[in-house]
Design a protein around this ligand. Structure first.
Ligand code: SF4
Length: 770
C-alpha cells in the first residue's frame, strides 16, 4: 500500500494544494500512546509483500486489488491505494501481515489500522456512490498462514464525517507547511552566493550541479580540494530546489567530518540570508542518539518511548521552529518534550528541507531516506561527498558474513525451541566445510540446503521473539539480524557478487572441526544502487579523486546520461614539486632492498628543506622497518609513527605534532586514517613520501574480484588493483597542497610511477618530470 507523508503538489499548484497520503494523514492524526517496537521486527518487507500476495490470491476472480483512490478536503489532496475490495460482500480490506500472537499487538497499532481503512472507506464510497460499506482489517499470520478478520459496517455519511474530522486535524499543519514551502522557495529564488565571489573552480562546480538538476540527470564531479565544494554544491541545489520543485536535499557524507562541513556550509548560506526559512536536520546513528542504551524501545522499558506519540505533536511543532537541528539540537528538543531523540529525528525527516547524514541512510539495503522518498513520492536531490569512498562503502552494505564459531556458541545457550533449527544450520554448514578441500573457495552457486536452513532458523527465531516478547538474548539477536541480511542478499545473488567460504583452524588431516566464514561478497554494487539513483531527481557524486570516471560509473551503476565534470584545480604546477624515484622498487619481493634508498632519499629531502612531512607505506610491517632504519640513519630527525591500533585520542595526538613551527616526519599507512580527510595547510605539512602504488594485496579474494571485473567490464586488473591503488596515492599526495599559497614536495617512490599509464592517472595540474 502506498504510504506518503504530506508534500506539496506540482509547482503551479504549490501555493494552494497539499498532497497527503492516507497512511501519512492517519499517522499524523491517529497515532497515540507508546512507541513500541516489540511487535516489530515482525515480517520482513519481502514477507509482507508475499503475505499480501497470499491473501489476495485466496479471493475470487472479481476481487479488486490495489485500488487507487483520492479525495479533496479544502487545500488537501488525499490519495493512496486500498489493498482490496470484494464487490460481492461490498467489503473493503486492509491487509496487515504479522508474526506471533495478534493479541499482543499494541492498541495504538490497531487504532491506526482502523483509521486507514475508514479513510479508504470514505474515498471508495465517494468514488462509487456507495451508501454503506463493510470494512475489514485482515491480519495475516506469516507463521501459521491464517487470516483473522475484524469487520465493521459503516454508512457513507459516517465515513465521510470521519474523513473530514481527520483532515480537519491535519489542516492547520498542512497550511503552515504550505506557507513554509512558499516562503522557502521565494527566499531561495532570491538567494545570493554567500561570499563576495566564487573561488576558482567553485563556479564551474556550481554550474554543473545546477545544470544536472535542470536536466534531472546524475553528475560525477571531480573537484579539487580548496575550492569550497560543500558550499559550491549546496548553493546551486538550493537554488534548484525552488526552480525545479525539489522537496528536499539529502547531503550524504562518508564520515562525521564531512557531515560537519555540510552543516557549516548550511550555516554559511543561512548567515547571508537571514530571512531564509530553511530547516536542516542531521541524522545520527542509534548508537549515538539513544539516551538509554541499556533499555528496549517500548514504553515498559524506556521512559522516552512511553507516551511518545502523545508528546510527539508538541515536539514536532517545536522542532520545525528550529532552523538548525544538528544532533545536539534534536536532542535538546527531544529531551525538553520527553521523547526519544533517535525516533524524533526519523519523524523530522518528513519536515526537513536539507537532511545531512551518512551514505547508508540513502544507499543501504533498508535505507530510511530511500524508502521514505519512494513511499512519499518526494522530489529529491542527493549529494554524496568524498564519493571515491562509495565503491567500498556500497560493497560493504551489500555484503554479508556469517561465522561458524558464533553459531557453535549459540547452540549451547539457545532456548530449546530454537535448537532444532540451529542444529540443522550447523549440520549443513559442517557438510560444506567437509567437502571443501581448500582453505578458501569461491562458489558459482549458493549452497541451497544451507541457505534454506538459515531461512528456517531466521523464521523460527522471529516467531520465538514474537511469542516471547520479554525474552532477550543479544547474541541470538545479532545472529538473527546477520542471518536476515545474509538470506535477503542470497535472494538477489548474481554476477555482482561472489559467495566464498574461508576455513581456518582446520583440524589435522582436513578434519571436520573447522571454523569457517561464509561470505556473500558484493563486488559490483551497481545493480543495488541503480534504483537509488532512479528515485532521485538528481544525484551528484563529488570528490577530489573520481578518475577515471568510467570506473566509478560502471561499478556504481550511474544512470545513462550521467554528466561528468572535471573542475580545474586552483593550484599551480609551481606549487608542487613532484619527484619520481624510478630507481626504487617497492614490490613485495624488493621491499628489504628498498629500505636503504628510501631512507637516503627522505634524509636528503629533509636536509634540503626541514619541516613537516608525511611518509606513506603499504603496510605496518613495511612502515616499521622503514621508520626503524630511518631513525638509525638520521637520529637528529624527529619521527612519529601511526600505531597499529589507534583511538581518536591517538589520532589527534599524531596530527597535533604537525604544527606551523614543528619539524619531523610522520610515518603512516596508505589508505589509513591519514591518507585522506585531514587538512594540514601551510607549514603544517610541506611534503609527502609515497612508497607504494597502493595496489590492493594479491590474494585469492582479490583475484576472484579481478576475474569478475574482467568478465563484466573487460578491465580486471585496472578495476581491481590499479585504479583503487592510484586513487589512494593521489588522495595522500593531496594532503600537501591545501590552499593557493601552499607550496610543497611529493616523492613518488617506485619505478612504476614513471610508466605512461600510471602517469596518466595523476592529476593534470601536477608537473611530473619525464
Ligand atoms: S532512548 Fe534508546 S531505548 Fe529509548 S526509545 Fe530511544 S532508542 Fe529506544
Amino acid at each position: 500500500m502506498t504510504q506518503a507523508s504530506p508534500r506539496p503538489m506540482e509547482a503551479h499548484e504549490m501555493a494552494t494544494k497539499y498532497t497527503v497520503a492516507v497512511r501519512a494523514l492517519c499517522e499524523f492524526t491517529a497515532k497515540a500512546g507508546d512507541l513500541d517496537l516489540r511487535f516489530t521486527p515482525s515480517p520482513t518487507a519481502q514477507e509482507g509483500i508475499a503475505g499480501h500476495g497470499v491473501v489476495t490470491s485466496r479471493r475470487d476472480d472479481d476481487y479488486e486489488r490495489e485500488i487507487a483512490l483520492s479525495g479533496e478536503f479544502g487545500p488537501l489532496h488525499v490519495r493512496g491505494r486500498a489493498d482490496g475490495y470484494d464487490p460481492k460482500r461490498n467489503q473493503l480490506e486492509e491487509i496487515k501481515t504479522f508474526r506471533g500472537e495478534l493479541e499482543r499487538m499494541p492498541g495504538n497499532h490497531r487504532a491506526l489500522h482502523w483509521a486507514q481503512v475508514k479513510v479508504y472507506g470514505h474515498l471508495l464510497c465517494a468514488a462509487r456512490a456507495l451508501p454503506s460499506l463493510r470494512l475489514a482489517l485482515v491480519y495475516y499470520d506469516i507463521g501459521s498462514q491464517k487470516e483473522t478478520h475484524l469487520v465493521e459496517e459503516h454508512s457513507a455519511a459516517a465515513l465521510q464525517a470521519y474523513f473530514e474530522a481527520q483532515c480537519g486535524l491535519f489542516l492547520a499543519w498542512a497550511e503552515a507547511e504550505l506557507a513554509h514551502r512558499a516562503a522557502r522557495d521565494e527566499q531561495l529564488q532570491a538567494l545570493r552566493f554567500p561570499h563576495a565571489d566564487f573561488r576558482p573552480g567553485q563556479r564551474e562546480l556550481a554550474e554543473a550541479m545546477y545544470k544536472a538538476s535542470a536536466r534531472s540527470c546524475a553528475l560525477l564531479a571531480q573537484a579539487p580540494t580548496g575550492i569550497g565544494k560543500s558550499v559550491g554544491s549546496l548553493f546551486p541545489l538550493l537554488k534548484a530546489a525552488a526552480a525545479h520543485g525539489h522537496d528536499k536535499i539529502f547531503f550524504l557524507a562518508a564520515k562525521t567530518s564531512g557531515r560537519r562541513m555540510a552543516l557549516d556550509a548550511v550555516e554559511n548560506i543561512r548567515a547571508s540570508a537571514p530571512l531564509l526559512p530553511l530547516r536542516t536536520l542531521e541524522l545520527a546513528a542509534r548508537s549515538t542518539a539513544c539516551e538509554h542504551p541499556d533499555k528496549a524501545c517500548h514504553g515498559e522499558s524506556c521512559p522516552l518511548a512511553k507516551g511518545f506519540y502523545d508528546r510527539l505533536p508538541a515536539a514536532r511543532a517545536a522542532a520545525v521552529r528550529q532552523p538548525m537541528l544538528d544532533r545536539a539540537g534534536v536532542r535538546e528538543v527531544a529531551l525538553a518534550h520527553g521523547v526519544c531523540p533517535y525516533y524524533l529525528q526519523s519523524e523530522l525527516v518528513r519536515w526537513a528541507d536539507v537532511v545531512v547524514g551518512d551514505y547508508n541512510y540513502y544507499f543501504d539495503v533498508t535505507a530510511m531516506l530511500h524508502s521514505l522518498t519512494v513511499m512519499n513520492d518526494w522530489r529529491i536531490a542527493v549529494l554524496a561527498d568524498e564519493a571515491h569512498n562509495m565503491v567500498s562503502r556500497a560493497r560493504k552494505m551489500y555484503s554479508a558474513e556469517l561465522e561458524h564459531a558464533g553459531l557453535r556458541l549459540l547452540r549451547k545457550t539457545a532456548p530449546a525451541a530454537l535448537k532444532k533449527a540451529l542444529d540443522r544450520v550447523h549440520r549443513q554448514w559442517s557438510a560444506l566445510e567437509k567437502e571443501q578441500q581448500d582453505d578458501y573457495h569461491a562458489y558459482d552457486a549458493l549452497p541451497e540446503k544451507l541457505v534454506n536452513a538459515l531461512q528456517t532458523a531466521a523464521t523460527d527465531i522471529g516467531d520465538y521473539m514474537a511469542e516471547n516478547p520479554a525474552w532477550f538474548d543479544a547474541d541470538i539477536l545479532d545472529f538473527y539480524f546477520s542471518v536476515l541480511h545474509f538470506t535477503r542478499l542470497a535472494e538477489s545473488f548474481g554476477d555482482h557478487s561472489v559467495f566464498d567460504v574461508t576455513i581456518a583452524n582446520r583440524g589435522a588431516g582436513g578434519g571436520t572441526r573447522a571454523d569457517s566464514v561464509l561470505c556473500l561478497r558484493n563486488i559490483v554494487p551497481a545493480p543495488f544502487l541503480q534504483p537509488r539513483f532512479a528515485a532521485a531527481r538528481t544525484t551528484a557524486l563529488f570528490s577530489a579523486t573520481l578518475s577515471p570516471w568510467n570506473y566509478y560509473s560502471d561499478t556504481l551503476g550511474m544512470p545513462a546520461g550521467t554528466a561528468w565534470v572535471d573542475v580545474a584545480s586552483p593550484f599551480q604546477a609551481a606549487q608542487l614539486t613532484v619527484h619520481i624515484a624510478g630507481h626504487i622498487s617497492t614490490r613485495y619481493q624488493h621491499r628489504d632492498r628498498s629500505l636503504a634508498p628510501i631512507a637516503a632519499l627522505m634524509g636528503e629531502q629533509y636536509q634540503r628543506q626541514p619541516g613537516n612531512y608525511l611518509a606513506f607505506f603499504s603496510s605496518f610491517d613495511y612502515l616499521d622497518k622503514a621508520a626503524a632504519l630511518f631513525e638509525r640513519e638520521h637520529p637528529h630527525v624527529t619521527v612519529w609513527r601511526q600505531p597499529r591500533r589507534m583511538g581518536e585520542a591517538e589520532r589527534d595526538a599524531f596530527l597535533a605534532r604537525f604544527t606551523e613551527t614543528g619539524q619531523g616526519i610522520g610515518f603512516a599507512v596508505l589508505g589509513g586514517a591519514f591518507g585522506e580527510g585531514i587538512d594540514l595547510p601551510g607549514a603544517r605539512l610541506i611534503g609527502a613520501f609515497i612508497a607504494t602504488l597502493g595496489l590492493p594485496q594479491l590474494n585469492p579474494v582479490n583475484e576472484r574480484i579481478r576475474e569478475r571485473m574482467q568478465a563484466i567490464f573487460g578491465a580486471g586488473y585496472d578495476y581491481t588493483y590499479l585504479y583503487p591503488g592510484l586513487q589512494k596515492v593521489v588522495q595522500a599526495a593531496g594532503r600537501v597542497i591545501r590552499t593557493t599559497s601552499d607550496t610543497g614536495t611529493v616523492h613518488l617512490i617506485d619505478d612504476r610511477f614513471a610508466r605512461p599509464d600510471i602517469r596518466a592517472l595523476l592529476p593534470a595540474w601536477w608537473h611530473v618530470p619525464g
